[in-house]
Design a protein around this ligand. Sequence first.
Ligand SMILES: Cc1cc2nc3c(=O)[nH]c(=O)nc-3n(C[C@H](O)[C@H](O)[C@H](O)COP(=O)(O)O)c2cc1C
Length: 298
Amino acid sequence: MIRGLSTSQATNDSNAFARKKLKCADSNITQEDLDSIWDVGIVKKNRVIQTLLAHKSIRQYTDEIPSEEAVKTIVRAGQQAPFAYQYYSVLLSRKREQHPYKAPLLFTICLDSHKFELIMTRRRWRLVMNDLALMLLGIQDAALMAENMVVAGRSLGLGSCFLGSALWRADKIAEKYDLPQRVFPLVQLVMGYPAEDPQPRPRYPLEFTLFEDKYPKLNENTISDAMKQMDEGYLTQDYYRRLKAKISLQANRKETFTYDDYSWTEHICRKLGQWDPKPDELLKQLEKRGFYLASARH
Ligand SMILES: Cc1cc2nc3c(=O)[nH]c(=O)nc-3n(C[C@H](O)[C@H](O)[C@H](O)COP(=O)(O)O)c2cc1C
């Protein structure tokens, strides 16, 4: 049984993936509507949708080195994402031995205010927009760019995996790449030819994601279905056991999970319920790079 669900909730619907009728809460869109899109063969014929739906993070890589043309094409495709201000730069490392998962390529996607401030100086302007707004918009620019790179890579046969720890190691990364002030490393992305081919990981049911016209009141069944789809999907792949990724409990909480029932919702609860209770460390990392979210720019 999936932990966090009652017995009846867990057994009610023994095949979450085969459910035919997921009526979206408070909306007119049903799974049947979506199935009918699939039935006319959009997915079968559309390579872009196939590539998107086949996404899976890759954590084992072959020795093959991606060509210079592939690297440049991937970053160029990333650049063509929509942008607010093109507020990013991408740093590349090819020092495979030093990379997580020994991936041939390591991209560091940075929020970059430095470049446009140089342009503003040339045009005799001074930046007055506050760093909070700049960051919220710039992060969107960078994220859209990075995901375009993931999809472009995949279309060329390359796998990838994001690494989220950059935020807390921003000072070390800045030193390594000689980043100027007003450049902040947001996330890293390893890439190379896959030496594994896992199944795509689950996502929430569409009814837990797409709300038409108004945000619905999420009832117990909807929440259970969403948890079940995620937890069963990761358990089926033995995902956390393979990665040895169980997060320890803090503050005298007693461990009752094994890898037989430890899955996605418990994993994310342990992150969001235990990590980083104070923002000081991140604010300090930002300030070292010249970004001031909680006060005016110095
Ligand atoms: C911002 C971000 C940070 C991530 N950090 C890590 C990480 O540090 N290590 C890792 O192995 N995967 C990391 N991932 C990958 C996620 O674990 C993965 O995307 C998620 O489990 C869904 O699986 P899928 O990408 O295979 O569909 C990260 C993904 C994102 C978007």
